[in-house]
Design a binder for this molecule. Sequence first.
Ligand SMILES: [Ca+2]
Ligand SMILES: [Ca+2]
Length: 100
Amino acid sequence: MPINSQFHVVHDHNKIGPAPKLTEAQVREILEKHDANNDGVLCWQELNTVFRDLGAWSPWFRANRGLHYADANNDGVINKEEWNDLVKYITDLGYKLKIK
Ligand SMILES: [Ca+2]
Ligand SMILES: [Ca+2]
C-alpha cells in the first residue's frame, strides 16, 4: 500500500471541515458584545478587542483601518450611523467562526 493513501485516510479522519465565514448579523452581534462601557459607540480600544477576539494578526492595525474606514465624522468613535460601514468592513475581511 502506498504511504500516501494511508496518510490521506488519517488526514480525512481528523478533518474538521472549513469553518463558515461570519455573516453580517454575526459581526453585528460581536460588535454589540464588545461595547464594553455600553455607551452605544465603539472606541479604538473596544475595536481592538473585537479584532483580537476575531483572531486578527494585528488587532491594533485592523482597529486603525476599521476606524479610518467607518468613522465618517472623524470623532474617533463608531456611532450607530457608522456601525453599518464597520460591519461591512469586518464582514468583507472574511473572518471565520472560531471553533470552541
Ligand atoms: Ca463603547
Ligand atoms: Ca464617528
